[in-house]
Design a protein around this ligand. Structure first.
Ligand SMILES: [Zn+2]
Length: 443
């Protein structure tokens, strides 16, 4: 299938940051073959008049627990320890493959409608997620969450290796898969070392949480005489493609380690701010060359899977915290969500509109009133875009959303199945807290 999109404002997010007006983009199969100058030999099966609307790379959600849409609004206004112990662990005790399947589909509907083309997922029953993503046509990097403790949820790390082998590169390359040890605060130290050894031996990546709160860092220093980031480095977890979620409380030494080891970091501004976790050192990380991307985290914490909100909050929290209006200027927030996100997920030829890259793109209704005037289309995209402005979404050359209509997911069917599953889940939740999170005296 060859597609030609004409008369578009093309925000390429390429190295030069080019924005082309009244321009065309040619797509052959899954790949972009030309941007701007279309070769006369290109013949299109489908021609689309963009009517000067914006075409830009799709966004990549670099850290989420997609199926946790079931916990949306279930554990609000609580500190992290009570959020885990009193609400989330209890609800997850009744998790089933069916709930993960429908919960992930609900999340994908929300993400596709919001211009997200790929996501890094860290959860349980990941075969169901792989199946759902394959059918929906999105891109994803899947990590099966494991704790390495006695009360394992799901399966152990040795069992997740075959999962990674089976799905890394599957769905015509739209799927990547990694190991998913939960975090240094939940996993035994020896288990982390074992995970790193397996990852390096098998040549597979790791997706993990770390340094989310100041109390976690203090606890780690007390127990191991190392910060969480230092501990992960010491145990060998950064000797492969690693994606660290949060990394909020990074010391100068931690930052140097993240940069030197090419670690990918996913910050989740809504979750950081909502739970009062702190402000990540984003300007320093970018300055030092760390690939920082944006995640929504699960709907159980951030409540919404809205990357436009995340990219805006990423800027706002830094400028507010440092009283500096020049931070993260221009198209930087869009690059965090697009180019850096794709790289964090392990998709090297995604995240920019340029020949040879995958056709992962979105069309935005930039003719709407709140996009006028257009002194600076980049400023408008950063500061006013909401998920509802996204009209079309293409992943690997295939349309998933056209003129606001989902083509690969049946919203009414998904909502009905999902809500039925959530009702059953609530009936299964055990009484009383499950005390598995014990970090710091008082969080
Ligand atoms: Zn998370």
């Amino acid at each position: 299938m060859n597609t030609l999109i004409e008369h578009a404002t093309i925000v390429t997010l390429d190295e030069a940051g080019r924005v082309l007006h009244d321009a065309s983009i040619a797509i052959a199969g899954a790949e972009i073959v030309a941007v701007g100058d279309i070769p006369p030999t290109f013949s299109a099966d489908e021609r689309i008049d963009a009517g000067q609307r914006v075409v830009m790379p799709g966004l990549y959600n670099a850290h989420t627990h997609a199926a946790m849409t079931f916990a949306r609004g279930y554990a609000e206004d609580l500190p992290l320890d009570r959020w885990f112990n009193e609400r989330i662990w209890r609800l997850e005790a009744g998790l089933t493959p069916e709930l993960v399947y429908w919960g992930t589909q609900l999340a994908m509907i929300e993400m596709i409608r919001g211009g997200v083309v790929g996501f890094a997922d860290h959860y349980f029953h990941m075969h169901e997620v792989a199946q759902a993503v394959t059918a929906a046509g999105m891109r994803a990097n899947l990590a099966w969450a494991v704790f390495g403790g006695e009360e394992e949820v799901g399966i152990a790390i040795r069992d997740t290796v075959p999962f990674v082998r089976a799905y890394d590169g599957a769905a015509q390359g739209r799927l990547r898969a990694m190991l998913g040890p939960h975090s240094p605060y939940q996993c035994p130290d020896a288990f982390l070392a074992r995970t790193a050894a397996v990852a390096v031996r098998e040549g597979i990546g790791i997706h993990i949480h770390a340094a989310e709160t100041a109390a976690q860092v203090q606890d780690s220093l007390r127990r191991y005489d190392r910060t969480p980031i230092e501990l992960l480095a010491h145990r060998g977890l950064f000797e492969t493609h690693t994606l660290v979620a949060h990394a909020i409380h990074a010391t100068d030494v931690d930052l140097a380690v993240l940069a030197q080891k090419d670690v990918n970091v996913a910050i989740c501004p809504s979750t950081h701010m909502k739970y009062g976790m702190g402000v990540p050192r984003l300007p320093e990380m970018l300055e030092m060359g760390v690939n920082v991307a944006l995640g929504s985290d699960g709907a159980g914490s951030s409540t919404a899977l809205n990357l436009w909100r995340e990219l805006r909050l990423a800027v706002l929290m830094q400028r507010q915290a440092r009283a500096d209006a020049t931070l993260l200027a221009g198209d930087t927030p869009l690059r965090l969500a697009a180019c850096n996100g794709a790289r964090a997920l392990g998709f090297e030829r995604c995240g920019m509109l340029k020949p040879g890259f995958q056709a992962d793109l979105i069309l935005i209704d930039s003719a709407a009133a709140h996009f006028q005037p257009q002194h600076d289309i980049i400023a408008n995209l950063v500061w006013v875009t909401e998920p509802g402005d996204v009209q079309d979404v293409m992943v690997a050359g295939r349309w998933l959303l056209r003129r606001g209509r989902l083509l690969t997911l049946d919203e009414a069917e998904v909502v009905a199945h999902f809500n039925a599953q959530v009702q059953q889940l609530q009936r299964r939740a055990p009484q009383g807290p499950l005390q598995r999170y014990a970090v710091g005296e008082s969080l």
